[in-house]
Ligand binder design. Structure first.
Ligand SMILES: [Zn+2]
Length: 287
């Protein structure tokens, strides 16, 4: 009897069959070649493990191929369209294929498609459609600027009224997008404002020249008192990625109000996790 009998019943059968072949008589340990038994056991163990590992290996290879495949450019394709159809960021796709300084592709060109880890955080289809439908002029936008509203409750209608009536902005709400915090709007809800759909200047910065080239995203909340919600940050990530793709921008285009404004401001507040946000965005884009 093998010492492994309790763990590997099939090996017991092998051992028994060896004994049976010499006449069904237990001949004693001196007649049993223990090395042969060990060798049989090792072979048996090897094939048992291989039988399990092989299908796993095939599944893993299929998974990798499905997520990190290649694509041959067809007539009418654009890098933006290819990135979108594969659910990857245009920046990651361009970088993977050495197209950092040009998004031009040609028919028949084979592109490596990055793996799922570089895929964008999804945003609602209605928001994506609104981003796609806007007539974005090439090079129109240079920055994406992040703000907080400074109050913990807010709606697009309320901000629009305030900017028209108090700030006397004829185009209403100063931002291109607003992300709710669960008070007034749903937590993480993305609202697309008319300044995006009509592609008109923002009203969120102190400089008109900057407002001409900077998209504004406002997160409802006072981040001098607390952090944004997890859902707000996830929506911000998805929205920023979609806008970077649509406007052909890199992560360098993303700024806080405080970073870009020509006069001092605390916006978007001391608890807004900008460094962590950018670190994650860049890390995923570079994979
Ligand atoms: Zn601001």
């Amino acid at each position: 009897m093998c010492s492994e009998a309790g763990l590997f019943p099939q090996v017991v059968l092998n051992c028994d069959s060896v004994l049976h072949r010499v006449g069904g008589i237990v001949l004693g340990s001196d007649l049993v070649n223990r090395n042969q038994l060990r060798s049989d056991f090792r072979k048996s163990l090897f094939w048992r493990v291989a039988r399990w590992l092989l299908p796993c290996l095939v599944v893993c290879l299929c998974f990798v191929r499905a997520n990190a495949g290649s694509y041959v450019v067809r007539r009418g394709d654009t890098l933006y369209g290819i990135a979108r159809s594969h659910g990857v960021s245009i920046a990651a796709l361009a970088e993977r294929n050495g197209l950092s300084h040009s998004y031009h592709v040609y028919v028949g060109q084979r592109l490596d498609v990055p793996s799922r880890r570089t895929r964008r955080v999804p945003i609602p289809a209605s928001v994506q459609r609104a981003i796609d439908r806007a007539h974005v002029r090439q090079g129109r936008w240079k920055y994406i600027v992040i703000h907080h509203s400074g109050v913990d409750e807010g709606t697009v209608a309320g901000m629009d009224r305030y900017h028209r009536e108090v700030r006397h902005m004829e185009n209403g709400i100063a931002y291109h997008f607003v992300i709710g915090d669960g008070h007034g709007m749903k937590d993480g809800e993305i609202a697309v404002c008319p300044r995006w759909t009509k592609q008109i200047d923002g009203g969120h910065l102190a400089s008109e020249a900057q407002d001409h080239i900077a998209l504004g995203i406002c997160l409802v909340g006072n981040f001098d008192k607390h952090r944004p919600t997890h859902r707000q940050m996830r929506s911000l990530r998805g929205l920023v990625e979609a806008l970077m793709a649509r406007c052909h921008l890199t992560a360098a285009a993303i700024k806080t109000h405080k970073q870009i404004n020509v006069i001092p401001t605390r916006c978007p507040g001391k608890y807004f996790p900008f460094k962590a946000f950018m670190k994650d965005l860049k890390a995923d884009g570079e994979r």
